[in-house]
Design a protein around this ligand. Structure first.
Ligand code: X90
Length: 289
């Protein structure tokens, strides 16, 4: 029996060690060009093209057909999608599931809506991978999976919300407060799957301190931290160093973002995902199950 884990390309990772893992790309377009968010995409080129381009730019979720192609050939399929509130990705994956099952009645497919994206989606995928490696059954994983979402958090600091506002993913009032040099806007993924702005701050030091306060208030206590940056490795490293002052054993990993997140987070942006004591306990329990 073959097991496959599939995510949309907003997750920013490429591999889950030892597992069959596939990512299905979203696309980023202008009226002149389309960029597919796969391993051929050059993020630098995408960002510099977007900076110069003056017209409208937008994104599109994977088609039902693309999801069906990704399912092909596997028996037990776990699909992980970004928030269905902000993207049609989840809906397309569910329609593809129903169509795939008509032709492959013995296959098992579950589609998870992370109600988030990026680093929180990475944490979800890692937990899912752990459960698969531990040999949990399909039904057990379907039941345990969503619990991890409740106990992990995502926060971001962006220099611009222009692309989010232009595409109706954040309200224009929140977006209009940025664009002032050196000011970052901070926000989070709500438990309902929306993007919520939570404040603004000036300068790298303040940004790091505030993101650290956010994760501590959310219940972080030294476990996993995943950081995605948009062409800003220094900020990601400094944030990691700051967390390690307080939690020297913290499990931190840093990734450069892929295309979808680079487009919406914009150059210089950073996204952090963390787990909490509850998710550490949930992980231990599902391993024992
Ligand atoms: O279907 C599409 O075209 C994709 C639309 C995606 C819109 C949102 C992308 C956000 C990426 C991450 C910031 C944190 C957001 C939290 C969301 C719940 C940038």
């Amino acid at each position: 029996m073959s097991v496959r884990i599939i995510s949309d390309s907003s997750c920013d990772i490429w591999k889950l060690e030892g597992l069959d893992f596939v990512t299905v790309p979203l696309t980023i377009s202008t009226d002149e060009r389309t960029f597919v968010d796969d391993d051929s995409l050059d993020i630098r080129e995408l960002l510099s093209y977007m900076k110069k381009y003056e017209g409208r730019s937008y994104t599109a979720c994977p088609s039902v057909q693309k999801w069906m192609e990704a399912y092909e050939g596997a028996d037990e399929i776990y699909v992980v999608c970004m928030t269905s509130v902000l993207s049609g990705t989840y809906n397309a994956a569910v329609i593809a599931k129903d169509m795939y099952l008509e032709d492959h009645p013995d296959a098992k497919i579950v589609v998870f809506d992370t109600l988030s994206t990026a680093t929180q989606q990475v944490l979800f995928l890692e937990n899912l991978a752990d459960m698969v490696r531990a040999g949990l059954s399909f039904d057990e994983i379907c039941k345990e999976g969503p619990k991890f979402l409740k106990d992990s958090y995502l926060f971001f600091a962006f220099n611009s919300l222009h692309n989010l506002a232009q595409n109706g993913r954040v309200n224009k009032v929140a977006a209009s407060t940025v664009g002032i040099l050196g000011l970052s806007i901070l926000g989070t993924a709500s438990k309902e799957g929306t993007l919520v702005t939570t404040g603004k701050c000036r300068g790298e030091k303040k940004t790091i301190q505030t993101l650290y306060e956010y994760i501590i208030n959310a219940g972080y206590c030294g476990g996993k931290v995943r950081i995605t940056h948009i062409e800003n490795p220094a900020l990601a490293e400094h944030l990691a160093d700051y967390i390690r002052i307080h939690y020297p054993m913290a499990d931190i990993q840093i990734y450069p973002s892929r295309g979808l997140v680079a487009f919406y987070g914009e150059e210089g942006g950073i996204i952090i995902g963390c787990d909490t004591l509850d998710s550490v306990v949930a992980r231990a329990v599902s391993r024992l199950a």
